[in-house]
Design a binder for this molecule. Sequence first.
Ligand SMILES: Cc1ncc(COP(=O)(O)O)c(C=O)c1O
Length: 468
Amino acid sequence: MLRDQGRAPLFEALLTYAEKVKAPLHVPGHKLGRAAPEAWRDTLGPGALALDLTEAPGLDDLHAPDGVIAEAQALAADAFDAERSFFLVGGTTAGLQALILAACAPGDCLAVPRHAHRSILGAMILAGVKPSWVRMLFHEELDIATHLDPTSLESALPSAAAALLVHPTYYGVTGQLAADLQQIRRWGIPALVDEAHGTHFGFHPAMPPTALSLGADGVVQSTHKTGGSLTQSSMCHLGHGHALQEQRVREMLRLVQSTSPSYLLMASLDLARRDLALHGHTMWERALDLARVARQRLAALRGIRIHHADDPTKMLIDVTARGLTGFQAAEWLWSRGVAMESAGLGYVLAVLTPGDSLVTIDHLVEAVAALPDGPGAPPRPSEPPWPEVVLTPREAYLGPKTSLPLAAAVGRVAAELVAPYPPGIPVVAPGEKLTADVVAYLRQAAAAGYHLQGPADPQLHSIQVVRE
Ligand SMILES: Cc1ncc(COP(=O)(O)O)c(C=O)c1O
């Protein structure tokens, strides 16, 4: 890192402004918190509200930065070893939209794994892009994806204008990113990476390598997930020598982001970057130590198994030998005040960060130890049927649609996404045929009590299809 990472230019400028301004005759209308709801002032404190500002003198403009935001982004690029970094106030969702809009023209194909997050499907709808779905290989015991199938990737690439990879998954599994990127590079197309769960990777050698270090062209990270910034703040990075048009990326960011970006979110990115750059190693060493302790103590409990993740701070706690589903276990743990990141059929997921402590681990271990025995967990579900794509997601999602009872929808084209969560892998995406197999699978998932992401009717008694 070459620049002075001890600085936080945007945060410092906000403090200076709040101190100097005598008459803030501009929005936000709460005027540095003075007219903010009292309960909010009491909770957040006057300090936080005084920094909830907008493009006032000396505070630069996210959409045309040449002052403190430009400096803060340059410091971020230096810390994350990117050619360029952009602050995002619409989460990683906005960054993925901008990268896909920048890399693909309407009608182009994007090579994308089926376990991609639903924000990527949203980006494809906005961009009018056709998915070239890539198959994944699954964990031998759990319903989570581990690697891309290289043969499937190879057949998706020739028609693709760009490829998008997920690194790591929600469960901290990285797959074989280096090999996947090499394969994509041979086709000379941009490689985009959804690294929503990997902000911290570059700051400790025990973590997997970052997508940027492996040569990705465009990467988006949810700094708010593990980097310490406020929820909804993320970063988009362009790799050194990237194959994207930077000007186009900037244009697309202007298109998808608010014209009133939150300075609290942006300043939180500036400060999170400073902490990671200065203290990231120590912070994540502590999180790794806690994860080691938690793993050992949990693995010693009767009927509990901990599955390996490439990111050791993600802990997949398998409860099937206790005769419980992960959903039951999570509910029971929450009744003891222990809140898990998510639950699947056979597991609960714990995410550890530098914000945890031995006290958190004690609560987790004690509650897991006391889990009651259940009647037996249901068998792992089979993989969803492979999709039959008829229309682009955009045509199906934005075109005329109608709602039909699920049973009557066989043979029609879906106009909405249905992804049982977790793991959130689509059973059907807009534009795909609702075959008898797909409908049977959806019925099973709804009956098993999965939370279904995407459909207008969350119980799935009905489903939206393309009007004929
Ligand atoms: C893998 C993955 N990608 C993208 C996103 C979207 O990120 P954000 O919530 O920052 O918009 C998420 C959010 O959970 C995610 O898990």
